[in-house]
Design a protein around this ligand. Structure first.
Ligand code: PLP
Length: 382
């Protein structure tokens, strides 16, 4: 693989950071499904860097190289899901430790963390991280060792100033991990703003085709104890991604910058359309100038504000479910970041978390914008 670290994201992605198949001459890397690798008659490995699939895989290394270069990270580690990546990071916290997490983020993260911290006697606090003052105060009072912030957050689309958050966390000796799933490495690079670890559900925009479950952690501080512990945890506990998923990821990421650009453009147009619609109460999208996090997002994101947006329909749950039921193009399904547009009524999924009953979350795909807005127009019934 040539040194592609100085290239721009579209080039890194399109050429999979220079990966080709040297053996066959193929312009794409091959898929090798073996779980174990040969030794010669003198019992030497044919490839010292390939012993057993839980430890090594060429295609996983290719995917991690692409991800690290896109993220501007020294190293990236793939996991079999976003939750497996998050869990590997939090399992490094000792029993009795202190963890601070943004409130009202992806419900799966909150739920798992609450259960995990109870089991392990870890002191867990939740704070609204987009409120910079409340966040800084919580850091100063609580002195957490590991902090998780999701920006933009799912499904509230709250935006946290990563640089300010990193300062507050570092002032008390903690580490900041950013869940940057909704932005992908193309639109936001948290490590460049002072975060210690960036995490993604690569199931979402990074893969982009709704056919791979994957997670990633990336850092610049590969000597940090937490990174050593995460790597050991992945290796020893075996939360590794399979070669086929890694191969699909490499293929999906070739168009990542292109997809993010188009999705952001479509999402921006839909946010503006919904904002002007008489039956829509609120639109939550950081690309709108009156969004409370717009200025920060404009500063720390580049190339768009991502595919995720939420809006509140007048008339509560019944009306929102009617609108969702009438949509023809937006698939009614959870998840986000795929090329096809999705709609979700989050209150049905997490009824006790304060989600407005009329809130619909959209993941905007790369379909023609006129088709998408026409579909929303007919579904809203006006
Ligand atoms: N983080 C965010 C922001 C998510 O939206 C999700 C999934 O929806 C996850 C983490 C978990 O990722 P996965 O489903 O790949 O385990």
């Amino acid at each position: 693989m040539s040194d592609t670290t100085r290239l721009n994201p579209a080039t890194i992605a399109a050429q999979a950071a220079g990966a080709v198949d040297a053996q066959s001459g193929g312009v794409v890397p091959s898929l090798q499904m073996a779980t174990t690798y040969l030794r010669d008659a003198a019992y030497q490995p044919l490839r010292p860097d390939n012993i057993y699939l839980r430890d090594q895989s060429d295609i996983v290394r290719v995917a991690e190289t692409v991800l690290a270069q896109l993220e501007g990270a020294a190293e990236a580690l793939l996991f079999p899901s976003g939750m497996a990546a998050l869990a590997a990071a939090f399992r490094t916290v000792p029993n009795g430790g202190r963890v601070l997490v943004q409130s009202q983020i992806y419900w799966g993260t909150t739920k798992w963390l609450r259960d995990f911290c109870t089991r392990r006697a870890i002191d867990l606090r939740e704070v609204e991280a987009s409120d910079a003052q409340a966040f800084a105060q919580a850091c100063a009072d609580f002195k957490p060792s590991l902090v998780l912030v999701e920006t933009p957050s799912n499904p509230w689309l709250r935006v946290t100033d990563i640089e300010a958050a990193a300062q507050a966390v570092h002032a008390v000796g903690g580490l900041l991990m950013i869940d940057s799933t909704a932005a992908t490495p193309v639109l936001q690079k948290p490590l460049a703003h002072g975060a210690d670890i960036v995490m993604h559900s690569a199931t979402k925009g990074i893969n982009g085709h709704s056919d791979v479950l994957a997670g990633v952690l990336a850092t610049n501080d590969t000597d940090a104890q937490i990174w050593t512990d995460i790597k050991a945890d992945r290796h020893d506990a075996g939360a590794v991604i399979g070669p086929f998923e890694a191969w699909l990821l490499v293929r999906g990421m070739r168009t990542l910058p292109l997809r993010m650009r188009e999705m952001s453009r479509n999402a921006q147009a839909i946010a503006e359309f919904l904002d002007a619609h008489p039956l829509v109460e609120t639109v939550l999208y950081p690309g709108l100038p009156d969004h409370p996090g717009h200025k920060i997002a404009d500063r720390q994101m580049a190339g768009g504000f991502g595919p995720l947006l939420s809006f509140v329909v007048q008339g509560g749950a019944d009306k929102a479910l009617q609108v969702a039921g009438r949509l023809q193009l937006f698939h009614r399904a959870t998840s986000l970041g795929g090329v096809e547009s999705l709609v979700e009524h989050r209150h049905t999924i997490e009824p006790h978390t304060g989600i407005p009953e009329g809130l619909l979350r959209l993941s905007v795909g790369i379909e023609d914008i006129n088709d998408l807005t026409a579909d929303l127009q007919q579904a809203l019934g006006n």
